[in-house]
Design a protein around this ligand. Structure first.
Ligand code: PEP
Length: 250
């Protein structure tokens, strides 16, 4: 049985006080979250230690939104996987399209980041997805296939078992446009098939999340699809009511 996961990517939103309030609101409502659903929140770096204290014992897991591609040293402004592990952080989003687009996050860098996260026992959430031009020109399978193969095929099966994949069509992120459940399922099934080329039956155990304007109104239809195991949620993760409602959408 694959894990059902609802993960909230807070991006560069909320100050520490607001983030702590949001985490408190979620922790106080965990009895409303189905027991077979894992809730993960990914606040900004500055919030991690305060939020870790708030959610301790609540069942909510903590994620970072990125980590450095070097282990330590003279890399001003960077945050290493080891630093995140010391918070402690259990998960780390890697390869989000905003990082690929604005911060030159290449598959090559992601190979290093994933290895460093795993070496610190942090479970990576690797984001993949196509932009509108790639979808419309039919290149989407090549793009997503390369994002999977170039990064995840470097891992051993033991390492791969710790990874979550998030399919996030770039044209659907923060735009209000959602992939239809059939469009999303087609790519989730493709990702699983691609993973099976290297990892065989293990591909059936990997949770693949959908991300891109997922909200309470469309989560049920998306989560009902065979290869969609939950969501990576942006905007709707900033409202406790919406985030909890999405967790109830299986
Ligand atoms: C995201 O950026 O991971 C995301 C899915 O954002 P949104 O839900 O706001 O589209």
């Amino acid at each position: 049985m694959r894990k059902k996961i609802v993960a909230g990517n807070w991006k560069m939103n909320t100050n520490v006080k607001e983030g702590v309030e949001l985490a408190k609101a979620l922790a106080g409502r965990m009895s409303e979250v189905p027991s077979d659903v894992k809730l993960i929140i990914a606040p900004p770096f500055t919030h991690l230690t305060s939020v870790a204290d708030i959610i301790k014992g609540s069942g909510i897991a903590l994620s970072a939104q990125n980590c450095a591609d070097q282990s330590k040293g003279a890399y001003t402004g960077e945050v290493s996987a080891a630093m995140l592990a010391s918070v402690p952080v259990e998960f780390c989003i890697l390869g989000h399209s905003e990082r690929r687009q604005y911060y030159e996050e290449t598959n090559e860098k992601l190979v290093k980041k994933i290895a460093l996260a795993l070496s610190e026992n942090i479970n990576p959430i690797l984001c993949v997805g196509e932009n509108l031009e790639e979808r419309e020109s039919g290149k989407l399978f090549d793009v997503i296939g390369a994002e999977i193969r170039d990064v995840l095929f470097t891992l051993s099966p033991e390492q791969m078992a710790k990874v979550i994949v998030a399919y996030e069509p770039i044209w659907a992120i923060g735009t209000g446009k959602t992939a239809t459940s059939d469009q999303a399922e087609e790519i989730h099934a493709f990702i699983r098939k691609t993973l099976s080329e290297k990892f065989g039956a293990l591909a059936d155990e990997i949770s693949i999340l959908y991300g891109g304007s997922c909200k309470p109104a469309n989560a049920k239809e998306l989560f009902a699809m065979k290869d969609i195991d939950g969501g990576l949620i942006g905007g709707a993760a900033l409202k406790a009511d919406d985030f909890i409602a999405i967790s109830q959408s299986y």
